[in-house]
Design a protein around this ligand. Structure first.
Ligand code: 2AL
Length: 172
């Protein structure tokens, strides 16, 4: 898909295509549609990131709360968004053994209790051992530091999802 095509999209098509670049937050695609034309991926992404940056803390936390748990029940049930399902499956999170799942559940739970949103990490840039280590490490962060770390991961996930869309073939 190229930027000539993207910049010519109507509102509905744009939100259909870009609605999940930030997990379950189609509002963001809806908001930046009127800011077309975009020069390239970096430009489009900058509009997304500027939108997030301008949100109050409650909005930033809301974005994090839209993310599913890593290796949670939805992954097993196959009810994640297609993007999340692919990312978590490819990171090997469907194949955790009973003990790994118990550890992940326990750390996820501790993290959510402490920070009030789920632990978020770009699964495609990681593997299960690293994710587990990062979860344990980030549990020691201060809340303000952790909000920044988690939003960094949201931006990485967004970048990878945008690259996928741009690599996808155009409709005839
Ligand atoms: C996810 C997800 O669904 N995909 C990804 O890269 N990270 N979730 C999460 N809680 O980090």
């Amino acid at each position: 898909m190229d930027f000539q095509k993207i910049n010519s999209m109507g509102f509905g098509e744009f939100v259909d295509v870009f609605g999940n670049i930030i997990e379950k937050c189609p509002l963001i695609a809806a908001a930046i549609w009127s800011q077309r034309p975009f020069a390239d991926l970096a430009d489009l992404e900058k509009h997304v990131f500027d939108f997030i940056e301008a949100l109050p803390q409650s909005g930033k936390e809301g974005i994090l709360r839209c993310h599913p748990d890593l290796a949670g029940r939805e992954l097993q049930l196959g009810t994640l968004t297609p993007e999340s399902q692919r990312e978590q499956r490819n990171a090997g999170l469907r194949d955790l053994d009973r003990e790994e799942r118990r550890q992940m559940d326990q750390l996820n739970c501790e993290y959510k209790k402490l920070f009030g949103f789920p632990f978020v990490i770009a699964a495609r840039l990681s593997d299960k051992a690293t994710m587990m280590r990062e979860l344990a490490r980030r549990l020691r962060n201060q809340p303000s530091q952790e909000l920044c770390a988690a939003l960094d991961e949201v931006r990485k996930i967004c970048h990878l999802r945008l690259e996928d869309i741009l690599r996808s073939p155009m409709d005839p």
